[in-house]
Design a protein around this ligand. Structure first.
Ligand code: S3P
Length: 422
């Protein structure tokens, strides 16, 4: 295939969730350009409406308008808050609801109902919220919020969802929150809070957010999602010719582990045309075909490329040598058991792969991958294996292509647009 042209990917999912929620807590009219209009962020918007918020429709290419109503804006909901497939929606909302003095219930689809929620419920309970989870520590969750105490918390997992949840609880509850992580996770929440005037202190992997009196209304551009761009960039690297540019992609260093990994594999990605908005830098990223070498990913690398491991594992399948991904146990509790399914699907395509404990091994090969892939409705598995299916001689059938709607509704359109047969 030849990968050619210039595309823009949809807005960053993590930043859209955070901007939408902070806009609701602001004290005026906010305008967000480039917000992600996809299943996960629509889940957050729908929950906000049930909680009495007013925001304009979330649509591709549309400016999202949100009418903030102060630090504790929610009204008691009359029905369950359905977070659908979105872990970020469930966890971040749990933080905000912990500071509201009413009872609410968070629900989700079958995938979300198997994801661990104690990692946020436990520290929120320490702050003073009452949270009831299912026997396995999952959704549905019933939250009774109220006045909160300050928190200093050692998080056992490096998770930006945990960190942001606790900071948001602190903001709505008017108390200081400190979170220590084993490895620093993505810092979109901290950046946005700083831009909005909050005092954020960072010492190594310890972050403290002081309470604020108000969040001013804000406007800004949300950059494209590097986790979505990763699939197109990988298609550009696996191609046999051409040059593919992805415009306006967020290049926050806590998210660019995928670019660093590609460079180590022998496929440097060029960056140009930088701009800055809402404390986040964006750039055009340019991918060119490359012969790939195997890679070793360490536990310290993982938070900055956690969502890109399915794509990296598929790239490893086309590399020279055996790649190893260490410290990737968190993948078992993402939208699917990603670790198990990466191994299963690579094997189904004739690639040797093993997953044991927290480690994944993938043996590179040049024989074309052929077979059927099981996604379990996981968007990132569908996209990663679709890209692997673009190499010469490949035939990769994906059991569910529609699940990409969660983060990148027009993925298949964009992928076919940039690829032509060489
Ligand atoms: C996210 C953080 C990551 C990531 C998820 C979005 C966020 O999860 O996998 O897709 O917006 O904070 P963890 O931080 O829990 O690993």
């Amino acid at each position: 295939m030849i990968a050619r042209g210039e595309v823009a990917v949809p807005g960053d999912k993590s930043i859209t969730h955070r901007a939408l929620l902070l806009a609701a807590l602001s004290d005026g009219r906010c305008a967000l350009r480039g917000a992600l209009a996809a299943g996960d962020t629509r889940a957050t918007a729908a929950c906000l409406r049930i909680l009495g918020e007013r925001e304009g429709p979330l649509g591709e290419g549309r400016t999202l308008r949100v009418e903030g109503r102060g630090l504790r804006p929610f009204r008691a909901p009359r029905r369950h808050l359905d977070c659908r497939n979105s872990g970020t929606t469930a966890r971040l909302l749990m933080g905000l609801l912990s500071a509201h003095a009413f009872e609410s219930t968070l629900a989700g689809d079958a995938s979300l109902r198997r994801r661990p929620m104690r990692r946020v419920a436990d520290p929120l309970t320490q702050m003073g919220a009452t949270i009831r989870l299912s026997a396995g520590g999952c959704l549905p969750a019933t939250i009774r919020g109220g006045s909160l105490k300050p928190l200093s918390y050692d998080s056992p997992v490096a998770s930006a969802q945990v960190k942001t949840t606790l900071f948001f609880a602190g903001l709505a509850g008017g108390v200081r929150v400190t979170v220590r992580e084993p490895v620093a996770s993505r810092d979109h929440g901290e950046r946005l809070l700083r831009v909005l005037g909050a005092r954020v202190r960072i010492e190594g992997t310890t972050v403290t957010v002081e309470p604020v009196e108000r969040i001013p209304a804000f406007d800004g551009d949300i950059p494209g999602d590097i986790s979505s761009a990763a699939f197109l960039l990988a298609a550009g690297v696996l191609a046999e010719g051409g040059e593919l540019a992805v415009r306006g992609v967020g290049v926050n260093p806590t998210r660019t582990g995928f670019l660093r990994a590609l460079a180590r594999m022998g496929a440097p990605i060029e960056q140009r045309d930088r701009w800055l908005s809402l404390g986040e830098e964006a750039a055009t990223l340019v991918a060119r075909p490359a012969a790939l070498a195997a890679i070793e990913v360490t536990p310290e690398d993982v938070p900055s490329l956690v969502d890109e491991i399915p794509m990296l594992a598929c790239l490893a399948a086309r590399s020279q040598g055996t790649s190893v991904f260490r410290g990737v146990g968190e993948l078992r509790v993402k939208e699917s058991d990603r670790l198990g399914l990466i191994r299963h699907n690579l094997a189904a395509l004739g690639v040797r792969a093993e997953a044991e404990g927290d480690t994944l091994w993938v043996e590179g090969a040049q024989t074309p991958p052929r077979g059927r892939v099981r996604t379990a409705g996981d968007h990132r598995l569908a996209m990663a294996f679709a890209v692997l299916g673009t190499v010469r001689g490949a035939h990769v059938a994906i059991d569910d292509r529609r699940c990409v709607a969660v983060s990148y509704p027009h993925f298949f359109r964009d992928l076919t647009r940039v690829l032509t047969r060489g």
